[in-house]
Design a protein around this ligand. Sequence first.
Ligand code: ATP
Length: 728
Amino acid sequence: MSAEATLRIMDRAHKEMTKLPRADQGAVYEFMNRFRANPRDPELYLQLAGAGSELLSARVDKAHRALLLAVGERDYLLVAVKHRDEVSDALARHAYRVNRVTGGIEVIDLAPVVKPEPDAVPLFQAFTDMQLVELGVAEPLLPQIRALTKAEQLSELLARAPQLTTDVLFALADGTSYEDVKEQITTPVQAEDAVDPDDLAAAVNSPATQVFSDDEALQAVLGESFEQWQVFLHPTQRRLAEKPTSGPTRVGGGPGTGKTIVALHRVAHLVRQLPAGADKPILLTTFNRNLAADLRTRLIALGGQELTARVDIVNIDKLASRVVSEAKIGAGRRIVDDNRVPELWQTFLMETGEKDWDADFLYAEWTQIILGQVLNSRSDYFRARRPNRGRSLTRGERDQVWQLTERFTNWLDGQGMWTWRQVAERAARLEMDRAARSDAAAEESSGSLLRHRYRHVVVDEAQDLSAAHWKMLRAMVPAGPDDMFLAGDTHQRIYDNHVTLGSLGINIRGRSTRLTLSYRTTRQILAAALEVMSGEVYDDLNGGEENLAGYRSLLRGDQPVFRGAATWAQELDLIADQVKAWGSPVDGSMAICLPTRELATDLTARLQENGLAVTEIGPDGPKGAGGVHIGTMHRFKGLEYQRMVIAGVSHGLIPRLMIDRYRATDPKRYERERQKDRSLLFVAATRARDELAVFWHGTPSPFLTSRLVQQQMSAEPSARSGIDREAL
Ligand SMILES: Nc1ncnc2c1ncn2[C@@H]1O[C@H](COP(=O)(O)OP(=O)(O)OP(=O)(O)O)[C@@H](O)[C@H]1O
């Protein structure tokens, strides 16, 4: 298709579009097609957006207008899609300018933030306007910057300023000298050639302009379906999805950065490379059932039934149980839920009169070391490394533990039971044997019928899989190019599975990447979620450390609400009021997350008394589409909602009071359990797209920093203690 005009989309505009209701996204999609074909189509009403504005406006549909910059005679940059009632506000509020340092186009938010204080000393009086501009500060913000006298005002301004302005002013306010800022912040992003601030055509091609898509990529995707456009990958995401790899690869990144989307596109890409056939040589797996169901729906939306037909989509435990039942193992045995196993250990120790060992300790040793590492024999256990296990064990003690676990498994067996961990361990062993036989057969003759199960394995929520799961997966696919693709974020680990992939035969070193741009949530919600995580150290699945540096959002919204009540009954009132303030939506766009089932039951009753429809989120996901969704924290993994309440964020509930008993007896375990509960809160907070409210009763959870808690006292930014880099 030859087009009349080229159209590019700014990153920010694209993010805003992903937030529109589906029907409106469809209208934008149609608009872009028409606009590219003929921008002067009279029905598009292309015109100057307003007197004195640098922007043009065009009609998307009855309600929406596109705002565009003309960057060449027939080249346009889409900078925003707004409701027509919001256009004049948007024009007054934002300026689009070429930055003199980077040469990129910046969107500058001109909303006034500073209330002038006549006698106070301006924060940046030591620097001239010229110096600030030379460092890369956005010129239209200079009048506001000049009026800043307090750190809190600066925080507020920087929360909306372009990146380079933020970096420069933050460093200067922090006491960094002009020369150092120039060297460390400005020079690295300086354009190679001289910048002409009026040359938009050059600016739009500058790497500093955050253009989501160039015209070519847009044209390609507009030729596809609307569904595909909805998950049109950012160039960074696309590279990850399509890059050939020499071995296992991992994509990390904070919540909502598109890891799942990339994993799905990776699957689609791999399917496209397959020779024709009716088999399923690609495994797509994740932690639990509802996430697997969700992956299936999303993959069908992306590539249809034909593509999905080549992919085995199954959650990891089901996959393991399939392997053992194919081998006719465990028939008639009931699989008990892992959270019941500590209790079973307790009963076993009581029945056998064994008093020297603690049930919790044995449970953890058995699941994490013996089953977790798929240890075959007592001598393997004697040699095993026991990372993260706290106290060391002598050889004699290891012998006792081994014998006790053998007796325990026989005891379980006698009652017709086994655990998911045992199933995973057995499946791993079966698959490792199968792989060894298949390798041996391949060496002897090329016509062997023994093959690995899959050619490619793609794993989402990788942070929650156990070592036995990884051993099973490793054995299911031959080592080689594009063998394993893992997506996950260790900050969201909510089950106690810590692994070092390298020691399990999965070598991701040098093939690990991180996404940093959140598509889900606003800057304000991200800042609050990140604050919950402050001070904690996370691993990178491979023995190193991982952080969320650079994790950001281009979307802005209201500050999240943080509010406490004296009692649970009063907290229920707060929740009911919040639901009402949000217009009591019962279309499934709002959810409430609680730490315990009891609290969830109370809240359900309360909302139902108020006449609201409530939908429980069960192990397979929400039990219906509409209603107010209510669930305990674990249920929220992988979900997203327009509005979220997190309730019961109280001392003793988050983290759970019961973990206190490990504080003295098993400090490592205590730290792990505490980190897990912190991650649960982080996962819950990052499910919110637009609005978040956090409530507690009594004393707030220690994970809510005093700054977050203070937000209830005063909506004023002056309640903050200072400028915090993370909060920006
Ligand atoms: N390129 C994109 N275009 C449009 N929407 C996107 C894009 N990438 C991600 N999204 C949207 O952002 C949201 C989050 O994406 P996704 O679920 O893949 O993130 P994630 O990193 O797996 O999140 P989490 O770690 O919280 O599970 C989804 O609604 C998804 O459709």
